[in-house]
Design a protein around this ligand. Structure first.
Ligand SMILES: [Zn+2]
Length: 421
């Protein structure tokens, strides 16, 4: 489905909600308490206003209280086909007919230009977590010959990929770098002796630098993908490489303003809230993993009309400053391009009698800059181009910035001194 939802998307959602209400004790209780009768819901807006969200913590607490699966379940144990575990641990049983994320992955694989008959080397873990097996099934369904590489054993993996002439790599970008280093240690040239043509990059951030390094090392075209442990794969890049197309066929995805809960238009940044569509052993309704995405406006030149999204970061540290949602990771993408800079804080103030809010970036320096004024100006200009608001810049020794402000959590990065309403 797309975003914003069409009446047909909403009709499919309502059908699922009625199915879940009949079978899942947890959701029946939740809907009854909120006075929600799925069959009586008339519109997406009504759904958004009335149906409560499910947080990861709700699922974990419920499974702890009613081990092992909790009472989210909508099917008896005898009907389960398999069982996945995600970090927590959270136990996710699956019905044999549940296709999970496989159709989404097949679409993402097709968007990379992978052809039937190609040899795909899958290096995600096949143990306990669903990632490796799910990707393996998707490549098989796409007509590829699939190598179940899994993790570790780099030398053996290089030998197998070389022997089979693997043209598709699938896994984390850091493991691909590891395979390249290993190949060189073995006296091989990753470009000449390995045949990787395209790479499915997932489960880790693919930074511009890492992408360049890997393309240089292997002559490979990498495609970034993202997903979430419980709701599965979500989106992937096409050959244009401008954002990831939302491939969520069996998910009703909402993108909501983290502060107001209102739907976000393309161009804005929103928190994802997802409802799984169709029968599931363990259904999730309005599941909110806490991830924020920027929605790219306009159509992609590849011809695929689905929404394109860019992962921004965890929603907890996002602040609205001067009307714009700012995530520390966006600011970090700017500061990291200056070798003099380390951790930073963003101080937001709205002084009494002042008309506008003020944002101050306290940038920690790891070594003395040769021209501090020039650095401050260059930083402010680049920030304006990235986060779209003006920030004053102050340079301080990095030791003045708390360690908790560092990536990837940025827990103490945002300092909000605005009066509370
Ligand atoms: Zn595209």
């Amino acid at each position: 489905m797309g975003w914003p939802p069409t009446p047909a998307d909403f009709a499919r959602l309502r059908e699922t909600l009625a199915w879940v209400y009949e079978r899942s004790p947890y959701y029946r209780r939740l809907f009854d308490a909120a006075n929600v009768r799925p069959a009586a819901l008339r519109s997406y807006d009504e759904f958004r206003r009335c149906v409560p969200r499910t947080a990861k913590a709700d699922l974990v607490a419920n499974q702890r209280a009613h081990p092992p699966f909790g009472d989210f379940l909508a099917a008896p144990r005898e009907q389960f086909g398999s069982l996945h575990t995600s970090p927590g641990p959270i136990f996710i049983p699956r019905l044999p007919e549940e296709r999970g994320g496989t159709p989404v992955l097949k679409e993402a694989i097709a968007a990379m230009g992978v052809r039937p008959g190609e040899v795909a080397h899958v290096t995600l873990s096949y143990h306990i977590m669903p990632g490796g097996l799910r990707l393996h099934r998707a490549f098989e369904e796409a007509g590829c010959l699939v190598i179940n590489g899994g993790t570790g054993a780099s030398r053996l993996q290089v030998e197998v990929a070389r022997a089979w002439g693997a043209t598709v790599y699938a896994g984390t970008p850091s493991f691909l770098a590891n395979l390249g280093d290993t190949a060189r240690e073995m006296g091989l040239d990753p470009r000449r002796d390995l045949q990787y043509r395209v790479g499915f990059s997932t489960a880790e951030a693919l930074t511009p630098q890492l992408r360049r390094d890997l393309q240089e090392m292997f002559g490979i075209e990498l495609f970034d993908h993202c997903g979430e442990a419980q709701i599965g794969p979500l989106a992937g890049e096409c050959r244009v490489h401008e954002g990831m197309h939302l491939h969520a066929r069996d998910l009703f995805c909402e993108f909501l303003d983290p502060e107001t809960g209102e739907p976000v238009e393309p161009g804005g940044t929103g928190e994802i809230v997802a409802t799984q569509l169709g029968p599931r052993a363990l259904p999730l309704v309005r599941y909110a993993p806490g991830d924020a995405f920027r929605l790219l406006p306009g159509a992609c030149t590849c011809g695929d009309e689905s929404l394109r999204i860019v992962f921004v970061g965890q929603v907890g540290v996002i602040k609205k400053i001067k009307g714009v949602l700012v995530h520390p990771a966006q600011v970090h993408s700017v500061t990291r391009t200056f070798p003099e800079l380390g951790r930073f804080q963003i101080v937001v103030e709205h002084g009494a009698g002042e008309r506008y809010e003020r944002a101050l970036l306290r940038a920690g320096t790891v070594r003395a800059p040769s021209d501090p004024e020039r650095l401050k100006k260059a930083l402010a200009d680049k920030l304006k181009g990235t986060v779209l608001i003006h920030m004053d810049v102050e340079l301080v020794p990095e030791t003045e910035i708390p360690e908790g402000a560092g990536p990837p959590r940025f827990a103490e990065t945002m300092v909000d001194r605005r009066p509370k309403h």
